[in-house]
Design a protein around this ligand. Structure first.
Ligand code: MN
Length: 209
């Protein structure tokens, strides 16, 4: 966007996107209760938090008072990161019966060229997800320097992120993503994810790079 357009653009807030399918559409891999809680409470929490952080900044500017910038910006990046990642996560899955399987077309070729086979890619991505320290994510990203896809392991919502690398696919491995269905068994949840991953959406994101 040109700078002049930024000047006249409306001042927007962050908004919770609706789920692109019914909350029970991913059963039995992700239950309605688990998905609703995750989307309606956790994702909403990051949206509400990011907007509250912005309001705090705006209020401080109006009143001309100082803020603890380090703390506020840390919170803001946590909340915005959470919002962006969850917004990629929901459409990255498709209703049971329509998602899962293996990717097709150019996306399949891209994965084959980099990893040798889909199974090798799946195994590396799963290991990245399972071994993410504490709360975090696994992501399939695209390196714009080498023009090669790569796996990122994201701690919390933002640590280990490579700035400006487009993200094609994410898997949320915070406990809040799977505890209702799988208790502390993260690897079972990672296995279940492969049944609902939306390869069409991942392929569309790759086409837009
Ligand atoms: Mn989450």
């Amino acid at each position: 966007m040109a700078v002049q357009k930024m000047v006249t653009a409306s001042l927007k807030k962050y908004e919770l996107p609706p789920l692109p399918y019914a909350p029970d559409a991913l059963e039995p891999h992700i239950s309605k209760e688990q998905l609703s809680l995750h989307h309606d409470k956790h994702h909403q929490g990051y949206v509400t938090g990011a907007n509250a952080n912005l309001e705090k900044l705006e209020k401080a500017r109006q009143e001309g008072v100082d803020l603890d910038m380090k703390a506020l910006l840390k919170e803001l990046s946590f909340n915005i990161g959470g919002h962006v990642l969850h917004s990629l996560f929901w459409p990255g899955m498709a209703p049971t019966g329509t998602g899962g399987g293996t990717p097709g077309g150019a996306l399949a070729d891209l994965i084959d060229r980099e990893w040798g086979s889909f199974d090798r890619f799946k195994s590396e991505f799963s290991k990245a997800a399972i071994s993410t320290e504490g709360s975090g994510w696994a992501a399939l990203a695209y390196c714009t320097i080498t023009d090669r896809p790569m796996i990122m392991q994201i701690e919390k919502h933002s640590n280990n992120v490579f700035p400006s690398f487009p993200v094609l696919m994410v898997l949320d491995v915070w406990e809040h993503a799977y505890y209702v269905d799988y208790k502390n068994n993260r690897s079972q949840f990672v296995d279940a994810f492969w049944n609902v991953v939306n390869w069409d959406e991942v392929g569309r994101r790759a086409e837009k790079i």
